[in-house]
Design a binder for this molecule. Structure first.
Ligand code: 4AD
Ligand code: MG
Length: 459
């Protein structure tokens, strides 16, 4: 059949065409249909871009009879000529010669209306990628992933793959999902009959393994899934999320902060250039002023303040917080957002946190702090968490003892501090939070196609 014998054109390419084209083949899904006497207007979207292709079907088009029953959401194939559009708002339209119905869609298709609430769309996560907003979010994730790889590649970092199944808890927070083949794990507390013969879980971070690789390849990064069984039902936590984790040998905390700042600016610049159409949608419908906020983010330098200075600022602010800022306690989201949204009005890096609130691997400073840093951004709060690592074996052992951490599961990590240990540093950037920052999406459930959160595994 003529419809399948020719190469297919994607709508993105057609809409940026510089000249008319004859007999192109388009396949996609019907977004809207309007009927007039003797002809119909169809809007077709094929996922390649936000914009639809307008198709004016007349009686001379083969398959014209099908149009009157064509429901929103139907999959169609069309051949026709790309001609200058008489209508407003688009340069090109399709004058079809042939229409084929590939997959019908009935009047019970759930996406009939133009706008639906985010809550409703979460219930139909299998269909929401067909809406403008979620299509744009998913395309942006793809573009931004590419930008991240490009950023690191240009700087001599190697993309490494760290394990998903692990026996050690990197963050030491005990928020791991257990992996087992035992029908009744309680029956074998030593796991001797379990698959690995020991306790196993999904990783919360690839950092510890990335450190080993950085101590061989100097500059590495991971970009993979992380899993956390924190039962916190917030707009910024998911049980499964994607994390970017660079690790650099012969580097300190200042290098780490520089890298995080450069990464965020580079990715935002890339998105403004390469995803302009999709970002314009978010600027219009999700966060008015988004593009201006992103330009500030690209153009400004990010102030840096120590944890102590940050608490000073919060305490002097006169603001009534739900949790009073106190020295020694972790910053709450409301504090983080106040610092970057109201005080500094741009991304800000807070560093040198009290060691009592941070994990075992962070390098201990001379006072009671560790060489940790968090990068906070407007709308999201903590986007990046990182540190210089404790490369001194004796200090590391003392720290683990202080935290009552058993050294046995970490023997390989400790070993790396015996032969050629070197100062090194790295961070983790939450990919969904980056997408939230770039789009103004306020809930992490809307920044990933199929979110996993407590009591939610429908798709
Ligand atoms: O601050 P976190 O817990 O740091 C680490 O895991 C380090 N091991 C990273 C490293 O130094 N290599 O997590 C890093 C980032 C956070 O700043 C946040 O953006 C994101 O990961 N993140 C989450 N994103 C979504 N849902 C969750 N439950 C998240 N937990 C952390
Ligand atoms: Mg953190």
């Amino acid at each position: 059949m003529s419809l399948t014998s020719r190469p297919r054109a994607r709508i993105k390419e057609l809409l940026s065409s510089t000249s008319p084209q004859v007999e192109v083949l388009v396949k996609g899904w019907l977004r809207t249909r309007r009927d007039s006497r003797g002809f119909s207007f169809l809007e077709i979207n094929d996922g390649s871009c936000l914009a639809n292709l307008q198709v004016v079907v007349t009686e001379s088009c083969q398959g014209f009879d099908l149009v009157k029953d064509l429901g929103t959401g139907a999959a169609v194939a069309l051949t026709g000529n790309l001609i200058p559009s008489a209508g407003q708002g688009q340069k090109w339209e399709l004058a079809p010669l042939e229409l084929v119905l590939v997959g019908a869609s009935g009047s019970d298709y759930p996406l009939q209306k133009k706008r639906h609430t985010d809550e409703y769309l979460r219930e139909i996560a299998h269909l929401r990628p067909r809406t403008n907003k979620y299509g744009a979010m998913i395309r942006l994730r793809s573009e931004v992933s590419f930008a991240i790889h490009q950023f690191f590649r240009e700087r001599g970092f190697f993309y490494v793959h760290t394990p998903i199944i692990t026996g050690s808890d990197c963050e030491g927070a005990g928020e791991m999902f257990q992996v087992t083949t035992l029908k009744d794990p309680a029956s074998d507390p030593t796991y001797s009959s379990d698959f690995f013969g020991r306790y196993a879980a999904l990783t919360v971070s690839g950092q510890l393994e990335a450190e080993l690789l950085a101590l061989a390849l100097d500059r590495v990064y991971t970009f993979g899934p992380a899993f956390r069984a924190e039962n916190s039902n917030t707009a910024r936590h998911a049980a499964e999320f994607w994390m970017v984790e660079p690790e650099m040998a012969f580097a300190d905390l200042a290098d780490d902060m520089d890298l995080a700042e450069a990464l965020i600016k580079s990715v935002a610049r890339f998105a403004l250039e390469r995803s302009a159409e999709d970002l314009a949608l978010f600027d219009k419908f999700v966060e008015p002023g988004l593009l201006a906020r992103l330009r500030v983010l690209v153009d400004s330098n990010y102030p840096r303040a120590t944890y102590r200075e940050a608490v000073d600022i919060l305490r002097a602010s006169g603001r009534q917080f739900e949790f009073e800022p106190t020295y020694g306690a972790d910053l709450a989201t409301e504090h983080e957002r106040f610092l970057c949204e109201e005080h500094f009005k741009r991304p800000v890096i807070i560093y040198n946190y009290p060691k009592a609130i941070k994990p075992f691997y962070m390098r201990v400073n001379e006072d009671e702090t560790v060489a940790a840093m968090d990068l906070l951004v407007p709308k999201v709060g903590e986007l990046v968490g990182g540190s210089q690592r404790e490369e001194r074996r004796d200090v590391l052992l003392a720290r683990m003892a202080e935290l009552n951490l058993s050294t046995a599961p970490y023997w390989w990590y400790l070993d790396s501090r015996r032969w050629g240990s070197a100062p090194h540093a790295g961070f983790g950037l939450g990919f969904e939070r980056l997408i939230m920052m770039l789009t103004g999406i306020a809930n992490i459930r809307d920044a990933i196609p199929f979110p996993r959160t407590p009591k939610n595994l429908s798709f």
